[in-house]
Ligand binder design. Structure first.
Ligand code: C5P
Length: 237
């Protein structure tokens, strides 16, 4: 089933399959931060992120949002639709944290009255600089219509995730979404996991995400396991 390796990113490897319309996305235990300057491995990280992504993609599909998720092939391998990835990272922000607090006079923990939508150009070479619509169109990465659609989907995903996570004792300061084109439609792609979201425990305020690795805040596998227990309890039965 697993064909030629198409691409190996920082935390996932993408393979072709016998069916040209499907790829396999394999979640690995490797971790990188700060443009690849900091690297490590964490056992079971790939497993927990794969299971969390699976559940969140299924949740979005159940609410009418199209994603690239097809089904799991193993604990860490996800069969996905082969999409043409749009080189824009969309980051809905609900509570200020991370880069927005370094670039602007906004204190960490500030709750935004409405989601602050940020778009970055997905480019390791250029360090993922922030985009506006005109720059994105000038770069040829998307059309104005596609950007409007992406923004609408991201806002809806944000609403769905905030509610779902809140019910499980998790706050969602921000997260990153990627999108792909398939047959004239736009699908949510990549992953939605502890590596791509900020998850804060609602009671303690503690990070349950990749900030643990970025800023040496403790036991990463334990925190990812805690998120998995709340989002995918069935895998522990
Ligand atoms: O670094 P920054 O604060 O801008 O990150 C915002 C959110 O987007 C965080 O949840 C982070 O994990 C995610 N992100 C990501 N991939 C990137 C940049 C940010 O998943 N390349």
């Amino acid at each position: 089933m697993k064909g030629e390796q198409l691409y190996s990113g920082k935390a996932k490897t993408i393979y072709r399959t016998e069916d040209p319309s499907k790829y396999i996305s394999e979640f690995r235990d490797s971790l990188t931060a700060f443009d690849g300057k900091k690297k490590s491995e964490a056992s079971k990280k790939g497993y927990y992120n794969a299971q969390i992504s699976k559940k969140l993609f299924e949740l979005l599909e159940s609410k009418g949002i199209r994603t690239h998720y097809v089904r799991m092939l193993s604990d860490t391998e996800m069969l996905v639709e082969a999409v043409d990835i749009i080189k824009i990272e969309v980051i809905p922000r609900n509570i200020a944290a991370g880069s927005i607090t370094r670039r602007y006079p906004i204190k960490e923990g500030t709750v935004f009255k409405k989601p602050v939508m940020v778009m970055d150009y997905k480019s390791d070479e250029y360090g993922d600089p922030m985009l506006n619509e005109d720059i994105a169109v000038a770069l040829g990465v998307a059309t104005y219509e596609e950007i409007a659609t992406i923004r609408q989907i991201a806002l809806k995903v944000n609403e769905i995730l905030i509610k779902y996570l809140d019910e499980r004792g998790i706050a969602l300061p921000d997260f990153k979404l990627e999108f792909g084109r398939k047959d004239g439609q736009i699908l949510v792609a990549d992953e939605i996991s502890c590596d791509t979201c900020r998850f804060w425990d609602k009671e303690t305020g503690k990070s349950m995400d990749k900030d643990i690795f970025r800023f040496d805040k403790g036991d990463l596998t334990k925190a990812y396991e805690d998120v998995a227990k709340r989002i995918a309890p069935e895998i522990f039965q």
